[in-house]
Design a protein around this ligand. Structure first.
Ligand code: CP
Length: 318
């Protein structure tokens, strides 16, 4: 595996190996006062985010630093992008400056794939090593490390994912988290149900390995997990149907709805959460919710991904 651009590049064995690797990193760090492994000493990891982020950017930075990599965060707003530099020139500049891995978030679907293509091409012509490209969210397309950390969280809470029913609720149309989770969880053997108003379902969803519903109440009983999504107002050009109020009533995860879930069922949200609209505060802060466990798992998962791309398939803690 040279890059991580899409979960569809991972078969069940490859995805399972990454989940195992993340847990090995968790174990390797357990009880240590100093969170520092020598694994990536001398390697340079760069992040460049053209969209806002808290969890993904910070957890990649923590992951790199805990593995002793030199981590450089490029802020798109204070870089030469603000002077009009193209994405290609920006990416190749970071390649030429010595990136071993580039973690990129961009509003355009396919941006990370395009950068990987430019890197392959330039490395072939220049005889230099190809930096690994990690897709940290490309428009409405994919967010592979989010799906991996969600799968890790589900495995920790539920045991084997195969045969489990995961209900994903909300703004499926604009959600790269929904797409990556739908495909990855299905690869891992879960039954995935997408629940959304028809206006928030993407064209072509019938080709995804999922079942689709518009009625959240009928889908919660029997679910092993419910993954709530953020409503992405920034991608809606000022329009949103249903209204925020109607959405909260018809799709928000209220205490009444949580009571429809089985005792063991877990609640996930990738964050950032719109409390009171997508999810009641009392639900988000309840022991059933795994929101902060997802964040912690994000660090271990991103350590596993960096390790796999930059070192290979040896024992993580070696
Ligand atoms: N889940 C997620 O991608 O969060 P951030 O936008 O804060 O990185």
């Amino acid at each position: 595996m040279r890059h991580l651009l899409t979960v569809t590049d991972l078969d069940r064995a490859a995805a399972g190996a990454l989940l195992d690797e993340a847990e090995r990193f968790e174990q390797a760090l357990l009880g240590r006062e100093v969170h520092k492994l020598p694994t990536l000493r001398g390697r340079t990891v760069m992040t460049v985010f053209f969209e806002n982020s808290t969890r993904t950017r910070v957890s990649f930075e923590v992951a790199g630093k805990w593995m002793s990599a030199d981590v450089i965060n490029v802020s798109a707003s204070s870089s030469s992008v603000a002077k009009g530099e193209s994405l290609r020139d920006t990416a190749l500049t970071l390649h030429a400056a010595g990136a071993d891995a580039l973690i990129v978030r961009h509003p355009a679907s396919g941006a990370a794939h395009q950068i990987a293509h430019w890197f392959e091409d330039w490395s072939r012509r220049s005889g230099s090593a190809v930096p690994a490209v990690i897709n940290a969210g490309d428009g409405m397309h994919e967010h592979p490390t989010q799906a991996l950390l969600d799968a890790l969280t589900l495995r920790q809470r539920l045991g084997d994912i195969a045969g489990r029913r995961v209900v994903i609720v909300g703004d499926i149309l604009h959600s790269r988290v929904a797409r990556s989770n739908a495909f990855l969880l299905s690869t891992l053997g879960a039954e995935v149900v997408l629940v959304a108003p028809r206006t928030l379902l993407p064209v072509g969803v019938e080709d995804w390995p999922v079942r689709v519903s518009v009625d959240v109440d009928s889908e919660l009983p029997g679910a092993d997990a419910v993954l709530m999504l953020r409503v992405q107002a920034e991608r809606m050009n000022g329009g949103f149907f249903p209204s925020a109020r109607e959405y909260a009533v018809r799709y928000g995860l209220s205490e009444r709805r949580v009571a429809l879930l089985d005792e063991h069922a877990v609640v996930l949200h990738p964050g950032p959460m719109l409390r009171g609209m997508e999810i009641a505060s009392s639900v988000a802060d309840s022991p059933r919710a795994a929101v902060l466990q997802q964040v912690t798992n994000g660090v271990h998962m991103r350590m596993a991904v960096l390790f796999r791309l930059l070192v290979g398939v040896q024992e993580a803690a070696a």
